[in-house]
Design a protein around this ligand. Structure first.
Ligand code: MTE
Length: 389
């Protein structure tokens, strides 16, 4: 270099002084230089912090796993703090043998490890009527991707013995909301887990410690946290969470119900409003794609608002119902760009544009907005949430 670089030529404290010894932090935390990497909320969205949501900082992540401390939180009545010794899971209703499990009982049953995304049905819900929030953390951050350890629900149901007329289950939480949802029995017997660990350690309190339901590919509201009861029945329960909430109000005023699956979706996380472009020349565009129906087959990226598309490079494990990482390695010459990404899953489903989605769904809904996101990158690298009509 023409000028000496103090980062190289100066002797820093860390070069000459001993650092902290082992055990200074028995539970490790990120570097102090990463303090900005946190979940954030949007003050005006909700009336109280107990019935609220904060958002995963997607633009600060890489790979496909969301660190436990950065998983967005959505609580209807705050975080229940439960001593696992006092926690019970009850199975009752149309079963041969009603059962009660302690946490120790559950941990002695055969367990599996699976990586799945959880997306709140309301993710991107604030964007139905137009571009609103400036940052992928806020437009798309009601999603996280975690490795769960848990017992297949089928194992527990087999032990209780389902009566032949069982068609639905009701899952209920132990929090003050007593959040409950109806779950079709086919799904319950297929891939649902009762999880006690995430990313290799106990669930975090915010994520339902000590026990939560994992409903792969289906809307986050059904992933009951602090799970205390499963009732078997022959009809859906029509709970608040599946009638007045988590239904999709259509343009003609009727509501779609039981829209459980999260369709294919993607977002460019870098660049994005919270992560502007800073350098001309070599750059990495990056993002996530996911589908509740299976695996991601392809991600297309456009820099001219959807007129022309190229194919992104998928990297890392490409797993069923998991976030998938994509990259485009590119040279930026300072030109203005309208960046979009479009996910295609292994059923052939193609993520729709927002106008395509609104043609069918209108703008009355809060839930299931999987329309293509547009970021306008200006010549100075600043990036904005915009829409192309
Ligand atoms: N379970 C209980 N018992 N109470 C809740 O408030 N919130 C639901 C679901 N499970 C909730 C719950 C909603 S709306 C979502 S989107 C997910 O949990 C959020 O999971 P997370 O907090 O791990 O991100």
């Amino acid at each position: 270099a023409a000028q000496p670089d103090p980062a190289i030529t100066e002797v820093h404290d860390f070069n000459k002084l001993l650092g902290d010894g082992v055990d200074r932090r028995p539970y490790g935390m990120p570097s102090k230089y990463e303090k900005h990497v946190v979940r954030r909320d949007v003050g005006w969205l909700t009336a109280s912090a107990e019935s609220s949501v904060n958002f995963t900082p997607l633009h600060e992540l890489d790979g496909i796993i969301t660190p436990s401390g950065l998983c967005f939180e959505r609580h209807h009545s705050g975080v229940a703090e439960i001593n696992p010794a006092d926690h019970r899971l009850m199975i009752n209703g149309l079963v041969e043998k009603p059962l009660v499990f302690t946490m120790e009982d559950i941990k002695r049953m055969p367990r599996v490890n699976r990586i799945y995304f959880l997306e709140c049905a309301a993710n991107s819900g604030m964007e139905w009527r137009g571009a609103q929030l400036n940052g992928c953390q806020f437009t798309h951050g009601m999603v996280h991707n975690v490795m769960y350890t848990g017992v297949p629900l089928k194992v527990l149901l087999d032990e209780a013995g389902l009566k032949p007329n069982v068609k639905w289950l009701m899952l209920e939480g132990a929090d003050a909301a007593g959040l409950n949802r109806s779950l079709p029995i086919d799904k319950a017997l297929n891939d649902v887990l009762i999880a006690f660990a995430m990313n290799g350690e106990a669930l975090r309190p915010e994520q339902g410690y000590p026990l939560r339901a994992v409903i792969p590919g289906w809307q986050g509201n059904m992933w009951v946290k602090w799970l205390r009861r499963i009732e078997a029945g022959d009809m859906p329960w029509q709970t608040r969470e599946e009638t007045s909430k988590y239904t999709d109000l259509m343009p003609d005023g009727r509501a779609r119900k039981h829209t459980f699956v999260m369709d294919a979706k993607s977002v460019v996380t870098n660049p994005s409003p919270q992560a502007p472009l800073k350098h001309k020349g070599r750059n990495v565009l990056s993002g996530f794609a996911w589908s509740g129906r299976g695996t991601i087959k392809r991600v297309d990226v456009s820099i001219d608002g959807g007129r022309n598309w190229g194919t992104a490079r998928l990297d890392g494990p490409i797993l069923d119902k998991s976030l998938t990482r994509f990259y485009v390695d590119f040279d930026w010459n300072g030109q203005e760009m309208m960046i979009q990404s479009r996910a295609i899953d292994d059923t052939g489903y193609v993520q729709p544009s927002k106008p395509e989605l609104r043609k069918i769904r209108g703008v009355n809904s809060i839930y299931h907005n999987n329309g293509i996101q547009t970021w306008l990158v200006r010549a100075n690298g600043e990036t904005e949430n915009v829409e192309i009509s």
